[in-house]
Design a protein around this ligand. Structure first.
Ligand code: HPA
Ligand code: ZN
Length: 331
């Protein structure tokens, strides 16, 4: 089973590039860019990763971003992730990036996206990993700021496949961004939003994603299981749900294996993802291995979870078919 999990070709649809910053890399970049850190060693950094809910994670996540300053820094951030993803037999990725985490520190949008884009080209050429980028808006910032960043990205439109919504969900519902996402759809972007685990009003937030925003996918979305009609609608629309088991364990003390199985039984397209692997200390294969440690999953269920990721990705029909053949023939 472990060999099967390691070897099967994988797609990852929920990974924040800034969340792949490894402690050693934080130190190297801090030194290169003359940024003072509150820690003396990478081990001390890891010891400080005491997350128990979304805000406690986000505080550390945003603080570490200050080491990212030049185009080369963003290139290395993304390229390191692709190298690590390659070890997990990931062949396709739709990674997130958080431009507002950087523009608010005076970094130009162009610096960020050019570094990431160059890493994507090199990953495809050197590692055979295909990828399409998703730009996330920070939901605890204003809708005006989100709209300004949507406009900022338009000269680079061909380098971005979709837009997402992340950061602190409390009092920041999807409908705060209805206009921004409508404009994004008109510009040709695919739409997704975080519906993080156990947030206040989370079932309402998921309904808003369906009714008001008309998302093409849902990030996390575990709490949909509290509403039968919502589950049926998600299944009917064939919407992917990007579940992040180890990330969930930090926030809600559960890998949500029961919920993942329940989604599969209802025909909901659950997928497995790493979210912020540099912080949660678990990449994609580790997430699958954690699942089988906690619960019984058959090879067919693992295959299904991987197939769901390719099916609900934003690849062309031809590319999906190409990858799905690899997943279905793998043994
Ligand atoms: N939820 C919300 N915001 C985030 C996350 C997450 O899982 N990861 C990075 N930013
Ligand atoms: Zn996330």
């Amino acid at each position: 089973m472990e060999d099967f999990i390691r070897g099967i070709p994988k797609a990852e649809l929920h990974v924040h590039l800034e969340g792949t910053l490894e402690p050693e890399h934080i130190f190297a970049l801090a030194e290169r860019n003359n940024v003072a850190l509150a820690y003396k060693t990478p081990a001390q950094v890891i010891a400080a990763y005491d997350f128990h809910d979304l805000p406690s994670f986000l505080t550390i996540y945003y603080a570490a971003m200050s080491v990212l300053q030049t185009e080369q820094d963003f290139y290395e951030l993304a390229y390191h992730y692709f190298q690590r993803a390659h070890e997990d037999n990931i062949v396709y990725v739709e990674p997130f990036f958080d431009p507002q985490g950087h523009t608010t520190r005076g970094i130009a949008f162009e610096t960020i996206i050019k570094g990431i884009h160059r890493a994507q080209l090199d990953a495809e050429k050197n590692l055979g990993i295909e990828s399409n980028l998703i730009m996330c808006f920070l939901r605890d910032m204003s809708a005006e700021s989100a709209m300004a960043h949507l406009e900022m990205c338009l000269p680079f439109k061909d380098w971005i496949i979709g837009v997402g919504l992340d950061s602190d969900e409390k009092d920041n519902p999807p409908i705060k961004f209805t206009e921004v996402f409508a404009r994004a759809r008109n510009e040709g972007f695919k739409l997704t939003m975080h519906c993080d685990v156990n947030q206040t009003d989370i079932v309402d937030h998921i309904w808003q994603c369906l009714d008001d925003i008309q998302v093409d996918r849902i990030d996390h979305g575990i709490n949909a299981l509290e509403d039968e009609r919502l589950c049926a609608e998600i299944a009917k629309r064939g919407l992917g749900l990007t579940v992040c088991p180890v990330s969930n364990r930090f926030v809600v003390q559960s890998l949500t294996t029961k919920e993942i199985k329940s989604m599969l039984q209802r025909g909901m397209k659950a997928t497995i993802n790493s979210d912020d692997p540099g912080y949660f200390r678990a990449y994609l294969t580790d997430n699958f291995l954690a699942l089988i440690e906690e619960a019984e999953f058959s090879q067919d269920e693992i295959r299904q979870l991987n197939a769901n990721a390719f099916e609900t990705s934003w690849l062309s029909a031809a590319r999906k078919k190409h990858y799905l053949e690899q997943v279905n023939n793998f043994s």
